[in-house]
Design a protein around this ligand. Sequence first.
Ligand code: MLT
Length: 309
Amino acid sequence: MYRVLVTDSLSQQGLDLLKSFKEIEVVYSPGMKPADLKVALKDADGIVIRSGTKLTADVLDGQTRLKVIARAGVGVDNVDLPTATRQGIIVSNTPDGNTISTAEHSIAMMMALCKCIGPASQTMREGKWDRKSFTGAQLAGKTVGVIGLGRIGIAVAKRCRGLEMTVLGYDPFLSEEKAAQLGIELYRDLDAMLVKCDILTVHTPLTEETKGMIGAKRLAALKKGVRIVNCARGGIVDEEALADAIESGHVGGAALDVFTKEPPPEGFRLTKLPQVLSTPHLAASTDEAQEQVALEAADIVANFLTKNE
Ligand code: MLT
């Protein structure tokens, strides 16, 4: 028998798929502490995680039975890849399942930010009828810059085109032909694109290259009043620099679903600012996306274990 741990909440369809393999024993234990996880992994052949489980070098080091890690979601930044590779453990994500939900969340955040939905709704909750404090911006005719044209970036770009926006894109890999087909004005030089944007939306993974990619210098180079959306990973836009730029009035507002530390620490400045709309890493939290990524992750682990006998 193979033992597969599931240490983050996973949709029932994914669990049922795993359990349907007679060679697999499923141990469903969301929210395990790192020390318990390290012990439990000694008797596990596979593990299915979302973003809550941190498979650090310490947790993975010396795990001789573990063969496969499936991340139900896109980002594998919660897995120490060098250690997994050294141990011969296969790490796989599910790159397709939550693309549309994440793109939709980015668009919803962009629209809500531009239409003051968050603060206006708060005044209504307080019993006020305040029409003077909120003047939004129309999206049609605005220029949006999309940083990173992978699956999610492209899905966002297509939706922005549908909203009659001018779409610029920065990506080192996307071909000129593909960008032209999608109606995206492609930039290989990020700084050349940034100065043109009314709205900036980020869709890259967090890597050594993208960490702090939008820092104080680049924020200062953006148009005054620019709005920034980050539903990718916390830290791609430098949080301290962004808070400073919003407080100074240079950046008009930000919509953030992701944070360097999740949940953000006590007294975190950015989410307290009235110009900031925030959600607790919800972009992929739809029934549809969670079912899809759970099925894909379960399939990866089950097939890897049972077909490599
Ligand atoms: C992802 O990487 O798939 C998303 O950020 C959603 C998640 O972390 O669950």
